[in-house]
Design a protein around this ligand. Structure first.
Ligand code: PMP
Length: 399
């Protein structure tokens, strides 16, 4: 027997309550019943994005949400800055290039976070910049970026700040309004504990002013149509109704647990994962690891595809490997969304056993002890050597 376990950074497992809602008979999308669920879901999303401004929904994956953000704030010839800290930062660049724009790119080495000094310089060198694109947690490199600091810089200019929070939302601390984020993009299949297929965008008044005048081509992605339909509790086109009903339930569970508790849970799992991988003798990949997932270099002679494929085929447990230039070289272990500490122990045992089977002299028992010590440590007290950050969960003053 193989019991499928998803420990990937999207899609992530979904709670049974959410799966049950998705299995109900299909509602028609132009009915009062659907309209109520839809509008309640949109206002629930505002609570998770921590925004007073509207959040809109598209039926598409996260990348569709990114493309929608870009075409709604830009016009041909506009100057933009893209902050790249991995494959998902690069995706912003590719989207802008597909629409004929040539963004100025501020790049970090893969594994390192955004250098705000370089962004400051780019904003000085390109004073006509209309928009800055960045990533909260780049899932390819596991890096978390300082979006609060970036918001402070961008606020001094006329530019809008657009942030991909696809994997970070409802996992890593993120405050749309307080941090000066004009458009935040996320998707259903990660921290929001739902199946893939929905993307969400929050839109500040500053961003909305650009939506009204943007001249890049747009039809499906036109936020003006989405806004006017939302006023009628509808979407312009048929939405993924089952996913919206499931989203409504997932948001209820999120409200029940509370955002600070959710951020803290992810921080604890991340800390334990770092402690465990370090105890196994592996080197962590990122200098700024997020609480969404953890990556480590694989030992000499072990290739990612073979290891991860073997774990999936033999035991049904899905982990993620490296993307693009990291293919085969790292393992990425997600602790994202509907996951608790005991899920972590399952995945860790599988990885430890698989490494040992392939000749890595992994002190598996020491690794398990390191995890349990970390999980049992008082909140805010990462054990020595865990590489863990203590997460600030209390509401912070505007900055
Ligand atoms: N941005 C980030 C940070 C992501 O992790 C992902 C998905 N892995 C995306 C964007 C793209 O989302 P999708 O695959 O849903 O299009």
């Amino acid at each position: 027997m193989k019991k499928p376990v998803l420990l990937t950074p999207g899609p992530t497992p979904i709670p049974p309550e959410v799966a049950q809602k998705a299995a109900l008979p299909i509602l028609h999308h132009r009915t009062a019943e659907f309209g109520r669920i839809f509008t309640e879901a949109l206002s629930g999303l505002q609570e998770v994005f921590l925004t007073q401004h509207p959040v809109y929904l598209f039926t598409c994956s996260g990348t569709g949400g990114m493309e929608a953000a870009a075409v709604n704030v830009l016009s041909p010839g506009d100057e933009a800055i893209v902050c790249e800290t991995g494959a998902f930062g690069e995706r912003w660049t590719k989207i802008l290039q597909a629409y004929g724009l040539q963004p100025h790119v501020v790049k970090s080495e893969w594994g390192d976070p955004l250098d705000l000094g370089l962004v400051e310089r780019a904003l000085r060198d390109h004073p006509r910049t209309c928009a800055v694109f960045a990533t909260l947690t780049d899932t390819s490199t596991t890096v978390v970026n300082d979006i609060r600091g970036l918001g402070r810089l961008v606020r001094k200019t006329e530019a809008v700040l657009v942030v991909d929070a696809v994997s970070g939302l409802a996992a890593q601390e993120f405050r749309t309004d307080e941090w000066g984020v004009d458009v935040a993009v996320s998707a259903s299949q990660k921290g929001l504990m739902n199946a893939p297929g929905l993307a969400f965008l929050s839109v500040s008044p500053r961003a909305w002013a650009r939506v009204e005048t943007a001249r890049l081509p747009r039809f499906y992605w036109d936020l003006r149509a989405v806004k006017s339909s939302a006023a009628q509790k509808e979407t312009p086109f048929t939405p993924a109704v089952t996913l919206v009903v499931a989203l409504h339930e997932a948001l209820r569970l999120i409200r029940q647990e509370g955002l600070p508790a959710i951020w803290e849970r992810h921080a604890r799992l991340a800390r334990a994962t770092r402690a465990w991988l370090t105890a196994l003798g592996l080197k962590l990949f990122s200098s700024s690891p997020s609480n969404v997932l953890t990556a480590a270099w694989l030992p000499e002679g072990i290739t990612g595809e073979e290891l991860i494929g073997g774990i999936r085929n033999e035991w049904g447990i899905s982990l993620a490997g490296g993307q693009a230039k990291l293919k085969g070289r790292i393992v990425r272990f997600a602790h994202l969304g509907y996951m608790d500490q005991f899920d972590l122990v399952v995945g860790m045992s599988a990885l430890g056993m698989a490494l040992a089977k392939r000749g890595h002299r992994a002190p598996v028992a020491a690794g398990v002890t390191a995890v349990l010590d970390s999980l049992m440590a008082p909140v805010g007290d990462p054990p020595p050597g865990s590489g863990g950050q203590v997460l600030q969960v209390a509401p912070t003053r505007s900055g």
